[in-house]
Ligand binder design. Structure first.
Ligand code: TNX
Length: 677
């Protein structure tokens, strides 16, 4: 739904800015009230805010709150309310004449009237109302006194889909952790949580007709057929959600105006289920010597009829748990070479006169869509699912690969959720030196905020098909980074979700980075009261000096490209040097220095990718040598790395693997970072 309040947004923006400026002047001592002027930083900024009177509304324990029964528990968790004459009234009024999800909030010295055009509108208005309270309101059960400014706010969102994705497959989040996240989303008027429940590294949803899926697939490492990856190498790692837990999560989200969109990622990203039920995979043989026998075959066979019986069981239970209009069935990054090599898929391909492997994927996706349709649901998929060219336009597409792909699917007529990696992947780092992926670049808050359909080059037709925006949090790095942070999920997602909140809510013509930044300063207090460990600016660059005493690197492992090893030795390559097979017990990486590195130096050693814990020596030891001949062990590897302090002048450091296989068919060799005091 798209429309504009004041015939074009510009007038409206001026009005709001002008009023806010006046109010700011008044608020040196805000309306004669406490020094608390939190309400100025409304975020997202409403369509129109009008100051109607100077005198505020006094909220105290005498104020009774009237609201629909369904919303009482939630509303009262913040504002328990008193027993005086009714002075705060919350209700749904479809006759308001506002677009969907809209609300009108009128605060006068005599009382507060909030009307939502629908239930979502009422909750949106309630979330704005809370922002007018002192930030302590977010700590819950507010019993203090608050002076609310006498304003009239009329507001509705620009886009219906304002989403955030959360990957609970790579790193397990507990139900209370997800609830907390949902609560934060609701306060930012984000109304969809896209829950990524299955992937190569975990199956997190209980399927009663196939209990083994979660009971086995919820855990990796140890004796599980699902290999350890991304840290926690020594122990069984994971967890899953029972259907009962998920139903209560759905209810928790619903109470806050958030819909959970579940995703099971098909037909690729299915390594976990493939380890439990290898029969679902194509019968193809591959040479697995480079990975020491570990198969990463993760694609469902499209031609095996029994697969659709199993899939129907899964889909049907998923529909029972999640009432959402759309169920996301994945569709990204399918390795189609398995279908090419599979006799059954090849036969199907010929039989149907297909002209590309993508049509096999469409065939699979359409069959699943039909199962959903039988249950009154629609399918959502990642953008690659459209590559065959004939996928039904009923499917909601989540565009992730890049801006071009988002534009193309919208142009082609799919209802589109815009979430391109380079702007909305909150697993990307926020500045150069920080933790996070970087395959989609570095995503600063400002870069994220700069998104608009015009800025991304959407034409009129493509624009008309965009239903909204979403952030994503993929969790490959979470399991290894979380001990370093109060809350890595929150660090990575806030305040970028504040930007997302405005991108989805406001017309882009009403947004300005400078003004947003100013309001965000005020909003930070709220986030603090909500208990969000948001990112407070770039971290200090690491102290100390990185020296490069003439270094020689050698290894027992065969390499893809031996020049890369020299580039490591000259610190010219910080991506790493890839080997052509996985590790075996006894494999080593040796760093020799032309002159001794001083005692007291701190040396950071890693194997694997620099930020993602894979391609590592899953276990191993670090040995040092004073003469380059005799070595002694000084540390064990943890998550493929170790930081040691040299106790004596050192000529050589060696990392030795005590593990065979790491779940990949390579190891990455990296340079050591040496800091001399
Ligand atoms: C690509 S996004 C993926 C995910 C990864 C993510 C990491 C998508 C549909 N596929 O499997 O986790 O990149 O940023």
């Amino acid at each position: 739904m798209k429309s504009s309040a004041c015939g074009g947004g510009g007038v409206c923006r001026t009005l709001v800015r002008g009023l806010l400026a006046i109010v700011m002047l008044l608020c040196a001592n805000p309306l004669g009230a406490s020094a608390d002027n939190d309400w100025l930083g409304l975020l997202p900024l409403p369509r129109s805010v009008e100051v109607v009177e100077d005198e505020p509304f006094r909220f105290d324990e005498s104020v009774a709150i009237l609201c629909p029964a369904e919303e009482q528990a939630y509303v009262r968790s913040y504002l328990p309310g008193g027993f005086g004459a009714v002075r705060m009234s919350l209700a749904v009024d479809p006759s308001l004449g506002l677009p969907a999800e809209g609300y009108r909030l009128k605060i006068a010295p005599e009382g507060v009237v909030l009307r939502g055009v629908d239930r979502a509108g009422l909750l949106n208005g309630f979330h704005t109302l809370l922002q007018l309270f002192p930030s302590e309101v977010y700590e819950g059960a507010f019993r203090g006194v608050a002076l609310l400014p006498a304003v009239e706010i009329v507001d509705w969102p620009e886009y219906h889909y304002r989403g955030q994705h959360l990957d609970v497959a790579r790193t397990f989040s507990t139900i209370p952790q997800i609830e907390e996240f949902i609560s934060h989303l609701a306060h930012h008027k984000i109304n969809h949580l896209h829950l990524h429940l299955t992937d190569d590294e975990g199956w997190r949803v209980e399927i009663k007709s196939h209990p083994e899926l979660a009971e086995i697939g919820g855990w990796r490492g140890g004796d599980s057929p699902v290999k350890a990856i991304y840290g926690e190498w020594e122990e069984r790692y994971g967890g899953y959600y029972t259907q009962e837990e998920l139903r209560s999560l759905v209810a928790y989200a619903h109470a806050r105006g958030v819909e959970i969109v579940p995703e099971i990622d098909l037909p690729g990203h299915s390594l976990t289920i493939g380890k439990i039920h290898p029969e679902i995979l194509c019968p193809v043989e591959r040479d697995l010597s480079a990975s020491e026998g570990y198969s990463s075959q993760n694609v469902w066979c499209v031609a095996r009829e029994e697969n659709y019986v199993l899939l129907e069981d899964i889909i049907s239970e998923l529909c029972d748990i999640f009432p959402s209009e759309y169920i996301h069935i994945g569709g990204d990054e399918v390795d189609k070479s398995y279908w090419r090599d599979c006799p059954h898929c090849s036969a199907l391909y010929r039989e149907r006169g297909m002209t590309s492997q993508s049509q096999l994927q469409e065939y699979f996706m359409e069959r699943l869509s039909a199962m959903l349709a039988q249950r009154g649901r629609k399918a959502a998929m990642w953008n690659e699912a459209t590559n065959g060219g004939t996928l039904s336009r009923e499917v909601r597409i989540h565009g992730w690969e890049g801006v071009r792909q988002c534009r193309e699917v919208a142009e082609a007529g799919y209802p589109t959720v815009v979430m391109p990696g380079p702007y909305f992947y909150f697993d990307m780092r926020q500045s150069k030196m920080e933790d996070g992926h970087n395959w989609a670049g570095i995503i600063s808050l400002k870069k994220c905020y700069s998104v608009s359909l015009d800025a991304l080059g959407f034409g009129p037709k493509a624009k008309s098909n965009v239903i909204g925006f979403s952030g994503a949090f993929w969790s490959e790095l979470y399991v290894t980074h979380r001990d370093k942070y109060d809350n890595y999920l929150e660090y990575q997602t806030f305040p970028r979700i504040c930007a997302l909140s405005e991108i989805g809510w406001m017309p882009s013509s009403s947004r300005s980075w400078e003004e947003f930044s100013a309001r965000l300063k005020v909003h930070e207090k709220r986030m603090e009261a909500m208990g969000i460990s948001y990112r407070r600016g770039a971290p200090e660059p690491p102290q100390g000096r990185q020296i490069t005493p003439s270094l020689k690197v050698s290894t027992s492992l065969p390499l893809k490209n031996s020049e890369a090893l020299d580039k490591i030795a000259s610190y010219a390559n910080d991506w790493g040097c890839r080997t052509s097979r996985t590790c075996r017990e006894g494999d080593w990486i040796l760093y020799e220095f032309a002159s001794s590195v001083k005692s007291g130096a701190v040396v950071e050693l890693i194997t694997g990718y620099r930020h993602v814990c894979r391609g590592v020596f899953p276990s191993g030891v670090v040995e040092v040598s004073e003469d380059g001949q005799k070595f002694r062990e000084v540390a064990k590897l943890h998550n493929g790395g170790a930081t040691i302090t040299l106790r004596r002048p050192t000529r050589a450091i060696r990392i030795r693997s005590t593990a065979t296989a790491n779940g990949d068919n390579y190891v990455f060799i990296q340079f050591p970072v040496i800091r001399v005091p």
